[in-house]
Design a protein around this ligand. Structure first.
Ligand SMILES: Cc1cc2nc3c(=O)[nH]c(=O)nc-3n(C[C@H](O)[C@H](O)[C@H](O)COP(=O)(O)O)c2cc1C
Length: 198
């Protein structure tokens, strides 16, 4: 992890073109950029990786795993959004995180995620707002070694009424919640605290 980097990686766990999770993350990304940070938005459609299989791993780690690993280790923050499928995070996201949890030559264990400031996000059409997959994601992220203070954001009852034509939140309530979330999130970065006290 590059703790001095003002760079945040966002990963959407949905492959769907009109994904609500991707739209929520894009709103979060805009708020982060407006605070002077840089971002990488990871659409997993762009990083196809085979299902984890030790036989494949022994032949060589897939190149997209290396690329994603490099993106993540050069970030100080990671924000992941996942749809809830039968109470769990999406299979494509779990597979990606499983590959990224593997030790690559010269790595120390869990190096990819160690100490990263994270937010676990979930959006769903149902009334529970993907709260069960958010819980799963938090447990998984903690296991991977991220900073223990994992924030979360849940959005229930997503529909075509939730976003405008530019995929911005229509409701001021959602805009305010995202602003506060990102204010708290970026405020937790150590270099921000130093800047505030100097
Ligand atoms: C196989 C399947 C299982 C689902 N299970 C749940 C669920 O357990 N809880 C829930 O709130 N929504 C569930 N949904 C609805 C999804 O959360 C909803 O389709 C959501 O919009 C998907 O996220 P996306 O818009 O980012 O692609 C399920 C959808 C599918 C296709």
């Amino acid at each position: 992890m590059n703790i001095n980097s003002k760079h945040i990686t966002l990963i959407s766990g949905s492959l769907r073109k009109e994904s609500f999770n991707t739209k929520v993350l894009k709103n979060i990304e805009k708020e982060i950029i407006s605070q002077g940070y840089t971002t990488t938005f990871v659409d997993l459609n762009d990083f196809p990786i085979p299902f984890y299989n030790e036989d494949i791993e022994l032949k060589g780690i897939p190149s997209n795993v290396f690329i994603l690993k490099n993106i993540i280790v050069n970030s100080s923050g990671l924000i992941i959004s996942s749809p809830e499928y039968n109470g769990e995070i999406s299979a494509v996201l779990k597979n990606t995180l499983d590959w990224l949890s593997r030790k690559i030559v010269n790595d120390t264990p869990k190096q990819n995620f160690l100490g990263l400031k994270t937010i676990a996000v979930g959006a769903s059409t149902g009334k529970n707002g993907a709260s069960r997959s958010i819980e799963r994601l938090q447990v998984l992220l903690e296991r991977l070694g991220v900073d223990k203070n994992i924030l979360n954001f849940s959005l229930a009852k997503c529909s075509s009424e939730t976003f405008d034509n530019n995929n911005n939140f229509l409701a001021n309530e959602q805009k305010d919640i995202i602003k506060n979330l990102i204010f708290n999130y970026l405020g937790s970065f150590d270099f921000n605290k130093e800047a505030l006290t100097n």
